[in-house]
Design a protein around this ligand. Structure first.
Ligand SMILES: Cc1ncc(COP(=O)(O)O)c(C=O)c1O
Length: 424
């Protein structure tokens, strides 16, 4: 597959934009080569500037559960844009979308809209600190919650360390307020709660991890998370990726979680920039203008983003069978990958829930971030390019989730498995 036009664009882009991209992973650093410059999407497919067509498993990193350019979503956006792009004032669409979020998440009384998942998690943490008057937050190794300073923190070795920044520009003093634990280590969490529970404002977690590749939570880990409430610690389920994807009510519904706050993004905006945080009235009433925790946004609740989100959620709500469909198609892809790789004798582990899936090149099980890091990234690079050159656009890093949409069918899954067989 030739991509001279994308090549030329990439060279030009690098002269004007750091790394030629607006978000790092798009630069293909983990896999090498030139990213196709995409110009169009339709259903399960994307098209590059060279006219090549790919089955898309990136799906804009999660928002497009209905597929690219869904006619009803586009129509709602078109109808809305004729009336003006932004008002900076309350509008009816926000209210409609807030009501939908509350239907999906019965534990949520109030919702505040923002523009990105980063803003949602950052604001939820400020709120948790403002509500509890406590300084510390807990996050888990390999969980990603956007690029706010206090969340760009990993830890060194050991069961528990003070946070060390994982980006230049994050002061150590600030990172120290983030305590980092291993995901799926309930005993580590219980130990921390016993020793320092009263200093902790909140625990933020990906209920099903997508950002270390897919990791599924163990039952005991979920139990330990909920025990945090006994220490007055707020539980923040970061459902930016999983919300409306694992079920209409996200991981909260699917896993029976009882978070104090949730964060949403991606599908919530239907492909336009919208995200949100929400929770119990008593906590959310601390947000300005009702309470002392400040948070604002020029474009928050933007009509176009609200319209795209609303149309998307309406379609999902009208079609509860979609989640069954995605589960079945996901199972088919998972089984097919396992079969092809087993036949060729390639060590692998496939982690999946519903329409989120990661193929690791290591013997399973992959339960923790440490397990995930055992994947053979050199083999992944070859897998990735083997698929890309056969018209399959897999996420360009092994520590990401591949996404299915309702526009994907058996046909695309079969094409993918054939491409993999050939590439191997
Ligand atoms: C779980 C989770 N939280 C937060 C974010 C950040 O969202 P955004 O990229 O919209 O800032 C992401 C993005 O991938 C995410 O997956």
């Amino acid at each position: 597959m030739e991509r001279p036009i994308s090549e030329a664009y990439f060279q030009e882009a690098k002269r004007h934009i750091p790394g030629g991209v607006s978000s790092p992973v798009r630069a293909f650093k983990a896999v090498g080569g030139t990213p196709p410059f995409l110009v169009r999407g339709e259903g399960a497919y994307v098209f590059d500037a060279d006219g090549n067509r790919y089955v898309d498993y990136v799906m804009s990193w999660g928002p497009l559960i209905l597929g690219h350019a869904h006619p009803r979503v586009l129509a709602r956006v078109r109808e809305t844009l004729e009336k003006g792009l932004t008002f900076g004032a309350p509008s009816p669409l926000e209210v409609a979308l807030a009501k939908k979020v509350k239907r999906a998440y019965p534990g949520v009384d109030l919702v505040r809209f923002v523009n990105s998942g980063t803003e949602a998690t950052m604001s939820a943490l400020r709120l948790a600190r403002g509500y509890t008057n406590r300084p510390y937050i807990v996050k888990f190794r390999g969980n990603y919650h956007g690029h706010a300073d206090g969340l760009l923190v990993e830890a060194g070795s050991g069961a528990l360390t003070f946070g060390v920044p994982s980006s230049a520009g994050v002061p150590e003093e600030y990172a120290k307020l983030t305590l980092v634990l291993d995901y799926n280590d309930p005993e580590g969490l219980r130990e921390l709660l016993r020793s320092r529970g009263e200093e902790i404002a909140a625990i933020i977690f990906e209920p099903v991890v997508g950002n270390a590749g897919v990791l599924l939570p163990t039952e005991d880990f979920l139990k330990a998370l909920h025990e945090a409430k006994d220490y007055g610690v707020l539980l923040i389920a970061d459902e930016v990726m999983t919300g409306f994807r694992l079920a209409f009510g996200g991981a909260t519904e699917r896993l029976g979680l009882k978070p104090d706050l949730i964060t949403l993004g991606k599908i919530l905006g239907g492909g336009l920039p919208a995200a949100a945080y929400g929770g119990r009235r008593e906590v959310m009433e601390k947000v300005a203008p009702l309470g002392p925790v400040y948070q604002a946004g020029t474009l928050s609740g933007n009509p176009l983003a609200m319209a795209a989100g609303l149309a998307t959620l309406e379609i999902l709500e009208e079609n509860p069978g979609y989640y069954r469909y995605l589960e079945d198609l996901g199972a088919k892809l998972e089984a097919g990958l396992r079969e092809v790789l087993s036949q060729k004798g390639v060590p692998h582990a496939v982690n999946r829930m519903g329409s989120m899936l990661t193929l690791f090149f290591t013997e399973g099980p992959v339960v923790t971030f440490q397990d995930a890091k055992r994947t053979d990234t050199e083999l992944f690079k070859r897998f990735f390019h083997g698929l890309l050159d056969r018209g399959i656009y897999w996420p360009p890093s092994n520590f990401e989730a591949a996404f299915l949409s309702v526009a994907h069918t058996d046909l695309e899954v079969e094409k993918t498995l054939e491409a993999l067989d050939e590439a191997l």
